[in-house]
Design a protein around this ligand. Sequence first.
Ligand SMILES: Nc1ncnc2c1ncn2[C@@H]1O[C@H](COP(=O)(O)OP(=O)(O)OP(=O)(O)O)[C@@H](O)[C@H]1O
Length: 295
Amino acid sequence: MIWFVVNPMSGNGRGMRIWQQVERVLAERRIEYGCRLTERPGHARQIAVELAGGDQAAAIVAVGGDGTVHEVANGLIGTPVAIGFIPAGSGNDFARSLGIPAKWQEALERVLLLQRTRIDAGAVNGRIFAISSGIGFDGDVAYYTNRSWYKRWLNRFGLGSLSYVVTVLRLLITYKPSDIELDIDGNRSVHRGVWLIAIANMPYYGGGMKICPEARHNDGILHMCLVANIGRLELLRFFPRVYRGTHTTHPSVTMLAGSRIRIEASVPMTIHTDGEFGGSTPAHIVALPQQLYVL
Ligand SMILES: Nc1ncnc2c1ncn2[C@@H]1O[C@H](COP(=O)(O)OP(=O)(O)OP(=O)(O)O)[C@@H](O)[C@H]1O
């Protein structure tokens, strides 16, 4: 049986509105399904663990944003139960990276095919990410965006992904870069004046930024984008290039890749996993090849 885990609050209520339409289609076609609505942060993971532990669920479809995908993926990692996705959030980088249609009708058709493939994931300090993790400036951007009034406000007009841009502009003025020690598969290096390290399983980030254009969900490794030694004005000037993925040639950008990564910072840096707050450094990150089934 297919289960739907719906975050009614995602996309400022869009999740619930889309679910009601999905439910109508399922009833019309007499498709057997189960549904659970999330009631609080962390609930989607709990539901996914519970359903995967029984023998009824063939797949669990997240209806919501990347935060809901993140929680369901955390519950399904390493199990044979596949995750499906009907996008209803503001970022939807999971859908963009996997070619899942943005329209709920088309995303539902894909889900109903029940075609499973295996993809990689990553973990930072034991917390799973399906899309990406980010440390430093990006961790702060995710943290402050998720708590902002303007994300909820912009979501009302379907412009939720702009909320990340608003936070980027705000933090550009106040953020203090740090020095870090980086260990990638045993190769150690020191970097000064680091703004951010993005660690990607999939290329898209923060609502359509192509942060690691080379990242693939099935190549077994994680890709990284490290930004250091750059002035605020220059960072602001070259920031729009990330939407095309052409930032990678900038002298302040270093692109890296690996499977086991350790990051220690001079002052604790904020971590996000799939855009959700994930603690602070030190960070121990590992690639988890082929650990997640998706529809
Ligand atoms: N009933 C609920 N009330 C409040 N928060 C909830 C509820 N259910 C889930 N959440 C939390 O809502 C947060 C945001 O969810 P989600 O990412 O799915 O939507 P979004 O923020 O609108 O989309 P995106 O991440 O794509 O911007 C998640 O951290 C999740 O834990």
